[in-house]
Design a protein around this ligand. Structure first.
Ligand code: KMH
Ligand code: ZN
Length: 272
């Protein structure tokens, strides 16, 4: 089995310091959390950024400051900015970090309910446009799929030239779709041969989904964006603690952890 790529989603747009005081807002805090995850074994940092007061932003300058700060302390880590941003942002706002030509960025492949009255909108034209721009800017998409219909749409858009193969999927489970072994198996069975996949279990699903990814040959995303607890009732002190737990699980189950260079090879990214 190939080595395990761990992605750390260190910040997100929705989680706050009220949920966990270690959630990073400032450039320095984002740098600290990225380093804790990298030191523990993460090879990809999935990045959202905030203003100092915690307000989510897709500002290109803020992304640049955070990426530069992360690169200072984790020089070879793969940085994957979000183009999802926060609910309600415009497409132009959301696309800003791709102007920095990161190695990867997320491409959300459908619209979904996002709690309460919130709807995370990704129209067909948005998805096609984001896909086209990512190809032009040399950015590999991590295809965020919250249900199986989004996988089918990504395959359709691949055939139409909006997404290049080999495709890399992130199954975000426990939001719209449930998070069980059957759900993961169904998603894995639905993606084209030669694709890679990771799974992000939201909330209490984070570590059970990581366990499944470890044994099924997928990859794992953990971090404060999806879950702030190390175990029931115990807040994680850092993203590094969440990554460390997956590293320990992988060790117990006999799966080695990918370095950033190995992750680049697995994901068909250019070497540094
Ligand atoms: N914050 C969500 C509205 C992504 O990063 O691409 C979107 C999100 C997905 O987090
Ligand atoms: Zn995100």
């Amino acid at each position: 089995m190939e080595k395990l790529i761990i992605t750390a989603a260190i910040c997100g747009a929705e989680v706050t310091k009220e949920d966990n005081p270690a959630v990073p807002y400032t450039v320095e805090e984002i740098q600290r959390e990225a380093k804790s995850a990298y030191d523990a074994g993460a090879s990809i940092i999935h990045l959202h950024v905030r203003e100092d007061d915690g307000t989510p932003t897709q500002d290109k300058g803020r992304f640049k400051d955070c990426i530069d700060a992360i690169k200072e302390v984790c020089p070879d880590v793969i940085i994957q900015p979000s183009t999802g941003g926060a609910v309600g942002m415009t497409d132009l706002e959301r696309l800003q970090p791709t102007e920095l030509h990161p190695e990867m960025a997320t491409l959300d492949c459908g619209t979904l309910n996002f709690g309460g009255d919130e709807v995370f909108t990704n129209t067909e034209n948005t998805i096609k446009n984001f896909g086209k721009i990512m190809i032009e800017r040399g950015v590999k998409p991590e295809i965020e799929v919250f249900d199986k219909g989004m996988v089918d749409l990504a395959i359709r858009y691949h055939k139409q030239g909006f997404i290049k193969a080999p495709m890399h999927f992130d199954f975000v489970l426990g939001v719209q779709m449930a998070a069980s072994a059957r759900d993961v198996a169904f998603m894995v069975d639905s993606i084209p041969a030669g694709s890679t996949w990771t799974v992000a279990g939201v909330g209490r699903h984070q570590f059970p989904m990581a366990a499944l990814a470890i044994v099924m040959g997928g990859h794992s995303r953990v971090g404060f964006e999806d879950n702030v607890y190390l175990e029931k009732g115990v807040l994680a002190k850092s993203n590094g603690e969440l990554v460390q737990k997956v590293v320990e699980m992988a060790k117990l189950l006999g799966r080695e952890i990918a370095t950033p260079a190995e992750a680049r090879e697995i994901l068909s990214l250019k070497p540094l």
